[in-house]
Design a protein around this ligand. Structure first.
Ligand code: TMP
Length: 263
């Protein structure tokens, strides 16, 4: 079916050549991986959910002025994006101790952090994405100092916005990972948010029950990954089935108005 030229295949997504120069099609697969793909499963429906959730978040971020690669969703699994040069750094924002931070510093998971913390990991499967500092990033030329400043400012804005967005649907944004790219327009270069933001790359805990609604369900063999992603999509209002089926919406009923006619 896919006769398009495949540009890149990652663990959870494929990038195809887009319909116009400077565009790509980002296809969300159902593959779930963890621990540098040592653990792998196919979870039917995950790709479609991440496509919807990431679309919703990128559109909202665009509305508050965060530049992104997103153009539009094309279908259940695919979105049209601008082609960018990915900066080989995973930017992790943390609000609450969990995961590798808890392990590294001996912090109990769930401990609120004194302030939001930003971390950088060098994107290299061969090296297992090692943690790096700003010094490494600029010394090795992965990003220029001005680019890194821009990346940090954007990551903080994304974090501030997403903390509020998720709070509004009863979810605690513990941490998340984002990626950025260089977008050229005419002779100008801008840093834009790229990749995806979905429960695959966030930790999302229900505010009242502390249930995990993210990929830790897969990493930690908790089960119920699809249901968790569906719950996030439902609360964000992007689960297609969340709309009332035809004929099940609000029903207009005639009321007794003084003139005997329905209001
Ligand atoms: P960590 O606690 O394992 O370092 O993960 C921090 C955040 O980054 C968490 O929300 C999960 C996300 N993440 C990815 O998106 N991809 C990865 O490869 C890893 C290790 C973490």
């Amino acid at each position: 079916m896919n006769r398009r030229r495949r540009i890149y295949e990652g663990k959870a997504k494929v990038l195809y050549e887009g319909p116009e120069p400077g565009t790509l099609i980002q296809h969300f697969k159902d593959d779930a991986t963890a621990f540098n793909a040592k653990k792998h499963a196919i979870i039917e429906g995950k790709g479609a959910l991440n496509n919807r959730i990431s679309e919703f978040i990128f559109v909202r971020l665009g509305e508050i002025g965060v530049p992104t690669h997103f153009i539009k969703r094309l279908n259940m699994r695919e979105q049209l994006i601008r082609e960018v040069e990915i900066i080989p750094i995973e930017v992790v924002m943390r609000n609450v101790a969990a995961g590798s931070l808890s392990t590294r510093l001996g912090l109990e998971e769930g401990t609120p952090l004194p302030r939001s913390i930003i971390e950088f990991y060098y994107k290299s499967d061969a090296l297992n994405d090692p943690m790096v500092s700003e010094e490494h990033i600029t010394a090795f030329g992965w990003a220029a100092p001005a680019e890194l400043d821009e990346i940090m400012q954007l990551a903080l804005r994304v974090n501030d916005f997403l903390v509020g967005l998720f709070l509004g649907i009863g979810v605690r944004l513990v941490d998340f990972k984002v990626e950025f790219g260089r977008l050229w327009e005419n002779e100008q270069m801008r840093i834009v948010l790229a990749d995806e933001i979905s429960p695959d790359c966030c930790r999302l805990w229900d505010i009242s029950t502390a249930d995990k609604l993210d990929k830790d369900r897969f990493r930690r063999d908790l089960g119920g990954l699809l249901e968790a992603y569906q719950e996030i999509a439902r609360r964000l209002g992007v689960l297609p089935e969340s709309r009332p089926p035809k004929g099940m919406g609000p029903v207009l009923v005639a009321s007794n108005s003084p003139n005997g006619k329905p209001n």
